[in-house]
Design a protein around this ligand. Sequence first.
Ligand SMILES: O=P(O)(O)O[C@@H]1C[C@H](O)[C@@H](CO)O1
Length: 337
Amino acid sequence: MSCEIIVKNGNGENYSNGNGKIKDDKPNFFNEMNSSPPRTSSPCFSYFGENFTFEIIEDIKKYLFERTKIRPKIGIICGTGLGHLAENLTNVDSFPYEDIPNFPISTVSGHAGKMVFGYLNNVEVMCMQGRFHYYEGYPLSKCSMPVRVMKICGCTHLIATNAAGGLNPSYKVGDIMIVKDHINIMGFAGNSPLQGPNDPRFGPRFPPMDRAYDPHIVKIAKEVAKEMNMGNEIQTGVYTCVGGPNYETVAELKMLKLFGVDAVGMSTVHEVITARHCDMKVFAFSLITNMCYTDYDDNEEANHDEVVNIGLKRQDRITEFVTKVVTEINLDLNKKH
Ligand SMILES: O=P(O)(O)O[C@@H]1C[C@H](O)[C@@H](CO)O1
């Protein structure tokens, strides 16, 4: 079998691994890192040295702002099956990821792959209808690069949503778990979206990560949940992100439970780290789409169709919840000005 890997360098020129055959010798990433950074033409080729500079992020903003008049303060990331949220925006300007310069493409079902600017209950927002995951072949810095785009576009707040498996036995499918904290399991293994040279225009080399999830917004969200009579469908807990795309073994789930994890997913943590690095305030929640069993006698298996379907079933309630939280955050923002 032969395979040609084609990447683009910063000037858009194609590089290939040669004559269409896999080379016997492994690519020397360290040499490549010292040359001009290539842009991948395939999401399956992850390049450790890929660098979204401040200037590249500004170019993306320029592209978007030349095409929309909306100037959001709140950025929203829609998790698997939760893209309905973006469909509820009014007066939208919508940009498919493939049209935005330097943007990756979405490859997962349940993620439409668009950046949507619009109004949620008269509040200007920008909304990722589909996110990027590590298992798609993108390095973490690339998965969370759009968060920096949100920041440079003027967003002071990030709302990240995800689908996750419930580990806490008191949870049930369909619950919404407000994230109060996370465990960065991939970080334990030395993988971080902030790896590599630090540009202080984004944030400090060593950002703190305590109170990553803004306690004031958590309080607002709990009040919203109370007002919506969500008493038996709202939870507050700790989220972790695994690399995926496989779901977890029983032994892995037992370990996560011992660690104090309430819900497990494959996203969000690196986005939150990136957002906190550039001093955005963060609110996040998980829709519990399946239960994670830690007993070998349980035969329930997680599957992606189920994850997407639960998102679809809960879309109206979640849209109402997010709309109210956004409205309250906006009231707060206006008070401060
Ligand atoms: O993008 P999120 O974190 O909502 O997606 C979860 C994790 C996997 O991408 C997928 C698994 O079914 O749903």
